[in-house]
Design a protein around this ligand. Structure first.
Ligand code: JHZ
Ligand code: ZN
Length: 410
C-alpha cells in the first residue's frame, strides 16, 4: 500500500460497499499544499477527488484517503487569520462555559484547536487542553500558554489523557470531524473521556449547505465526510452516546453544531432538524445526482465569465486563499493566466503559490497598490464581512465576483 494514499472500499460509518458515485472532480493536489518558489519546477503529487453516497447510512463522502500526515503534519491554515471565524469561536467558548462549566477545575479539551483562538479566550476560567497535530502550529498554541499535545486524537490518546488529566467536562472538535477517516476510533475515545455529565460539542460543515447555498468547493481531500444529521445519527448511535441537541450556525456557509452526551434529555431540535433534512431530501441519492449537474454548470458559467472579462482586457485578482479556493481553481481551470495574484491575511501563505494553479499569494495591501477591475472572492463564506471591510474598493468601481453556487458580480 502507498503510505501517502489509500482507496477505501466501504462506507466509514456503516461498512456498506455498494456505494453510488456522485461526482468526479478529477485529480488535484491536496488543497493546503501551497508551494514555495523553489518547488515550482517540481511535479506536484495529485490525488483523485471523487464523491460517493451511501444509501444505507446516508453519508456523502470521499473514498480516496490521503494520509493525515501529508494533509495536516504541516498546516498553513491559521484560525486567527479570519477575524469573523475567530470571533465566532470566542463566542462559542463563552456559551459553552456558561452552559456546562461549573468549576475552574473542570477540563475543556479541543481536538484540532489550531492556534488556540477558542481555548485561549477561556483559559483563566477552567483547565484547557488543545490536541493539535500540526508541527508548525502547536507551538503557537503553547506560546499562548495553552497546554497543547502535538498528536492526532485517537482512542489510545484518550486513554493517556484520562490517566494524566482526568475526565473532560467539555470536548470540542470544530471543523475536524469531516477530516477523520477512522471516525469510530474518535467516538471510542470520546466515550472514554467524558463522564455522565460531560459533553462533546462539534461543528462541521453541513451537507445541505454544500449542495444548496454554499459551494461545491468545500469538497477537497481534507473533507472525507459531508455530514447530515441523518448520517451523524447513524454514526453516534453505535457508541452508547446520544445527539441531544443540534443547531445550524452561519459559519463556512452553514455548519451543524452538534451536542453529544450520555444522559441528557433529547431536545426537539433533533427531530425538527431531521424533518428539515427530509424536506430537502438529503436522505435520497437523487438529490446529490442533481447537485452534480449544478456543479458542472457552476464550472462552465464561472470559467466563461472570467474568460470573457480577460478578453475585454480586465485585470482580475483573487481574495483569500482558502483551501476551498484550490478546489475551485483546479476544477474550473483558473490559473495564473486569469488571476494575477491572490491576497491572503495568513502570514504563512504570503509568498507561496496555489497548488496546481501556481498563482502567487500576496499580502492584502497589494490590492490597494494595484490597478484592478475585478476581485474573485475565494473566501466567499466571509462575503458579508469582506464586502463591508472593502467598501472603499467597491466605491472605486472594483467589482467582486462571488463564484458559488453560481457566479454573481456585486
Ligand atoms: P476559510 C478551513 O478551510 C480549513 P478554508 C479546514 N480544512 C476546514 O475544515 C474548513 O475551514 C471548514 C483568508 N482571509 O476559513 C484567511 C483573508 O485573506 O474560508 C484564510 O486563508 N481576508 C480546517 O481554508 C482564508 O481567507 C479576510 O478578510 O477553506 C479563509 O479560509 C478573511 C476573513 C479571510 O477556510
Ligand atoms: Zn454507510
Amino acid at each position: 500500500m502507498n503510505k501517502n494514499f489509500y482507496k477505501r472500499t466501504n462506507c466509514r460509518i456503516c461498512g456498506q460497499s455498494d456505494l453510488i458515485k456522485i461526482l468526479d472532480l478529477g485529480e488535484m493536489p491536496s488543497a493546503n499544499s501551497f508551494l514555495r518558489e523553489d518547488e515550482l519546477l517540481l511535479e506536484e503529487q495529485k490525488f483523485s477527488l471523487r464523491v460517493y453516497f451511501c444509501e444505507t447510512c446516508k453519508l456523502l463522502k470521499l473514498l480516496d484517503v490521503v494520509s493525515p500526515e501529508i494533509l495536516f503534519g504541516n498546516y498553513d491554515y491559521l484560525t486567527s487569520a479570519s477575524k469573523p471565524l475567530a470571533e465566532h469561536f470566542v463566542r462559542m467558548a463563552n456559551e459553552l462555559v456558561e452552559k456546562f462549566i461549573k468549576s475552574n477545575d473542570d477540563l475543556m479539551i479541543e481536538i484540532g484547536g489550531n492556534d488556540a483562538v477558542l481555548l485561549e479566550s477561556i483559559k483563566d476560567v477552567c483547565r484547557v487542553l488543545n490536541i493539535e497535530p500540526a508541527k508548525n502550529i502547536f507551538e503557537i498554541s503553547r506560546q499562548k500558554k495553552v497546554e497543547t499535545i502535538n498528536e492526532f486524537f485517537s482512542k489510545k490518546l484518550a486513554e493517556k489523557i484520562l490517566e494524566e488529566y482526568g475526565s473532560a467536562k467539555v470536548i470540542i472538535a470544530n471543523n475536524v470531524m469531516a477530516h477523520i477517516d477512522d471516525i469510530k476510533d474518535v467516538f471510542e475515545g470520546i466515550k472514554i473521556l467524558i463522564n455522565d455529565d460531560g459533553v462533546f460539542v462539534f461543528e462541521v460543515h453541513w451537507v445541505g449547505n454544500l449542495i444548496g447555498e454554499g459551494g461545491f468547493d468545500q469538497i477537497y481531500h481534507e473533507h472525507l465526510s459531508y455530514y447530515s444529521l441523518h448520517s451523524l445519527l447513524n454514526l453516534v448511535e453505535q457508541f452508547d452516546l446520544k445527539i441531544f441537541d443540534i443547531e445550524l450556525v452561519p459559519i463556512h456557509g452553514e455548519s451543524l453544531r452538534v451536542f453529544v452526551g450520555k444522559n441528557f434529555n433529547v431536545s426537539d431540535s433533533v427531530e425538527n432538524f431531521l424533518n428539515t433534512e427530509k424536506e430537502l431530501e438529503l436522505n435520497n441519492s437523487k438529490t446529490f445526482i442533481q447537485f452534480s449537474k449544478k456543479v458542472e454548470k457552476n464550472k462552465k458559467d464561472l470559467k466563461d465569465l472570467l474568460v470573457s472579462l480577460k478578453k475585454q482586457g480586465k485585470k482580475i485578482v483573487g481574495y483569500g486563499a482558502p483551501a476551498k479556493g484550490n478546489t475551485l481553481l483546479n476544477y474550473c481551470g483558473i490559473d495564473n493566466t486569469i488571476l494575477d495574484f491572490i491576497t491572503d491575511t495568513t502570514s504563512l501563505k504570503q509568498g507561496l503559490y496555489t497548488p496546481g494553479t501556481r498563482i502567487p499569494i500576496e499580502h492584502p495591501d497589494k490590492i490597494k497598490e494595484s490597478e484592478i477591475d475585478y476581485i474573485l472572492l475565494l473566501a466567499w463564506n466571509y462575503a458579508d464581512a469582506i464586502l463591508e471591510k472593502e467598501k472603499e474598493l467597491r466605491e472605486k468601481g472594483i467589482k467582486f465576483i462571488i463564484p458559488v453556487p453560481e457566479p454573481r458580480v456585486v
